[in-house]
Design a protein around this ligand. Structure first.
Ligand SMILES: [Zn+2]
Length: 266
């Protein structure tokens, strides 16, 4: 596993970039504030798949509440694997890195968030923001703050969500924000795919040699070790990308740059 800070920071960096190129037919991301909300959701969603591990730091984001969600998720995932496994898949004793680490789960959580925002609008965005900022803050916190700070995390994400509720322009709560959950989750999957074990990205829909829960991974020479030099380097790169993009989005130049970058390809 790539470490939490790298996951959260990569989600923010990818979220900020993707926010600029969303098609106008989806409503697009129209304001700088909306781009930042999008990035906040994506940063938190970049930790969402690891809610399948009660031991993961992210599962302590909201103390006992996320611990219960996490145990429940791990059990459901484990059962799901055992029900859907192919003849060559081993019996699953731990649901970590299974169902929540598939592209289907990334698509479904984004669709769920989109449906919520479609039905309830601004309150749904604020609720999602509260939850995902909690995950993002926890992901960014260094290891040493592991234990007794969940109330602090909850307070901080609540304060940020209330701030957005009060000060963000009304045009910042588009239904398009739901896609940030898929974007963040896919960023997590890309990060985990770069580690030795890989992830079952297409399980159980696409079988391979009698296995339904086979892991997709990068070639060995490209795989990285959690908390190793490559992980730290990636964290540095994504942090710089986030800082530069925050400046560009605030000054209103980011979408022109993204469009220019993409135009040769179009
Ligand atoms: Zn993971």
């Amino acid at each position: 596993m790539v470490m939490g800070p790298t996951h959260a920071m990569s989600g923010a960096a990818v979220g900020l970039a993707v926010a600029q190129i969303l098609p106008a037919e989806w409503g697009g991301v129209t304001t700088a504030t909306e781009a930042f909300i999008y990035a906040g959701l994506a940063a938190g969603a970049a930790l969402l798949p690891d809610l399948d591990s009660p031991q993961a730091t992210v599962s302590r984001s909201f103390g006992p509440i996320t611990q219960v969600i996490s145990r429940f998720t791990e059990n459901i995932c484990q059962t799901f694997v055992n029900v859907t496994r192919g003849r060559k898949d081993k019996h699953c004793n731990n649901g970590h890195r299974t169902l929540t680490h598939t592209v289907w789960s990334a698509a479904a959580t984004g669709a769920g968030a989109t449906a919520l925002i479609g039905a309830y609008g601004k309150p749904a965005v604020i609720g999602l923001l509260f939850f995902f900022l909690g995950l993002a803050i926890r992901g960014l916190m260094p290891e040493w703050s592991k234990n007794a700070d969940w109330l602090l995390v909850t307070g901080a994400s609540a304060a940020l969500a209330v701030g957005v509720w009060n000060y963000a322009p009304e045009s910042s709560f588009g239904i398009v924000l739901g896609s940030a959950i898929t974007v963040g989750s896919l960023t997590h999957l890309a990060g985990d795919m770069a580690t030795k074990a890989g992830i079952p990205a297409f399980a159980p829909v696409i079988p391979l040699k009698g296995k339904r829960w086979w892991n997709l991974k990068l070639p060995k020479f490209l795989s990285i070790r959690a908390n190793g030099p490559a992980d730290k380097f990636l964290l540095f790169v994504f942090s710089v990308a986030v800082i530069i993009q925050i400046g560009l989005v605030s000054s209103g130049n980011m979408s022109t740059i993204m469009m220019n970058l993409l135009s040769p390809a179009l």
